[in-house]
Design a binder for this molecule. Structure first.
Ligand SMILES: [Zn+2]
Length: 424
């Protein structure tokens, strides 16, 4: 279902002139007044916030994750009495990033999530089950967005590392839609596949995933074996929901009336497709908006018409730019682990992370120089106390091992900082 055809099916040129440009202008004037960071960037680029918005967008620099931290104090002041919530996520260098939201932000973002869920053809008769291992807050938010579509039957199903035992109740609940992160589905798939093959009278029709890319062959397996249609919900903490896949399953439609894309050094693939690192400008976010913000994804963006009737471009995420990896939907940065490992030692040294699958779990092997082997106990204890890792280690979702190698391992050749050998 297309919830807002006036935007989603509009002629893109008219949408740009009538909706996108006025929203960009309003954003530029707003941020110039309120944010020291933006005023500095505008002045440095020699642009006036009242200029033609596409010219401004062109001239302003791309924004990084460390720039985002510079918005915090102004955003907090801007929220003032309208502060609704604060979201904290792990930062690239171990320092958490904070996002302040007003009630207006909450309402606008939820409206967009509702449009995206409508695009998955989810309707009032569906039973939607959210499956995850940790904090349910994003699912509570999804449930509210679904309620706007008339969906009353939403269930949060928290599972433990013993999949056979903790997934038992799913068949009885008989969801028509499961919303989850791909790696959790992959780790627990043996159990899920067995449960569904033993219970043929179930009604599961769709799987919605978010938070990570899905492995293509695993996706095909899910479609063939569980006979489900698969949809991607795409977004990020600083930008909220950006878009979702339609029933044509050929990329993620971006809702560009509220999230405007820019590509860094775009490469033309063919007449309608461009490839590059994507950056977002959020026109609907009130308290802590971003302009040309790099969320770290490399995408292909397709401007051709989609048979579903939507006119917005579609993206396919093809890679990441930063040194990060995801475990069961939670993002970890190389630098966070590096800071934990070397927290007790005077100087920072080398480290390599190898990700693998062992006993249906993600295993983190941390390769370190032999000269710090005497600190093994302290290093392990620092890792166990890292706020991002603590929950996953104590609940037995991941395994960790330190491996020490001769010092020349790191100096003899250029080695990648992260190697991902996990099985999907
Ligand atoms: Zn479409």
């Amino acid at each position: 279902m297309i919830l807002d055809p006036s935007c989603e099916c509009a002629n893109q040129k008219n949408l740009l002139d009538d909706i996108i440009k006025p929203r960009l202008s309003s954003l530029f004037i707003r941020v110039y007044d309120f944010f020291t960071y933006y005023r500095w960037q505008f002045d440095r680029a020699n642009v006036d916030p009242c200029m033609e918005p596409m010219d401004i967008l062109e001239k302003l620099p791309f924004m990084t994750k460390s720039d985002y931290i510079m918005l915090e104090s102004d955003a907090f002041l801007k929220a003032d009495r309208h502060l609704f919530c604060v979201e904290t996520t792990s930062g690239t260098t171990g320092r958490p990033k904070r996002r302040f939201q007003s009630i207006n932000d909450e309402i606008n973002e939820m409206r967009l999530a509702t449009r995206v869920f409508a695009g998955f053809d989810i309707s009032k008769d569906d039973v939607v089950l959210f499956m995850d291992v940790g904090n349910p807050s994003i699912y509570i938010w999804f449930a509210k967005a679904l309620e706007s579509l008339g969906v009353k039957n939403t269930i949060y199903y928290g599972i433990q590392s013993d999949f056979d035992r903790s997934l038992k109740g799913i068949i009885r609940l008989d969801p028509t839609v499961i919303v989850t992160v791909p790696s959790l589905l992959a780790r627990s798939y043996e159990t899920i596949s067995r449960m569904y093959s033993e219970n043929k009278e179930t009604n599961l029709r769709k799987i919605v995933y978010f938070g990570e890319k899905i492995n293509n062959s695993f996706r095909k397996r899910l479609e063939d074996e569980l006979k489900v249609e698969i949809f991607s919900h795409y977004g990020g903490t600083e930008v909220s929901t950006i878009g979702g896949e339609c029933t044509q399953h050929n990329g993620i439609h971006i809702y560009n009336d509220v999230n405007y894309p820019s590509l860094i050094e775009p490469k033309k693939i063919d007449e309608t497709i461009y490839e590059g690192e994507i950056a977002w400008t959020t026109t609907q976010i009130d308290v802590q908006p971003v302009i040309k913000y790099r969320i770290g994804d490399v995408v292909q963006i397709d401007y051709s018409a989609c048979p579903c009737g939507r006119t917005s471009p579609r993206i396919k995420v093809i890679g990441r730019t930063d040194d990060s990896f995801s475990i069961l939907g939670e993002k970890f940065y190389y630098d966070t682990i590096l800071n934990a490992v070397y927290s007790d030692i005077n100087e920072t040294g080398f480290m390599q992370i190898i990700l693998s699958t062992e006993q249906k779990k993600d295993k983190l092997t941390i390769i370190l120089p032999e000269k710090i082997k005497s600190k093994e106990k302290e290093i392990l204890s620092a890792l166990y106390q890292t706020s991002e890792l603590e929950y996953f280690l104590s609940e037995d979702f991941i395994l960790i091992e330190l491996r020490f190698v001769t010092n020349d391992f790191f100096s003899n050749r250029k080695i990648p900082s992260i190697i991902d050998k996990r099985i999907y």
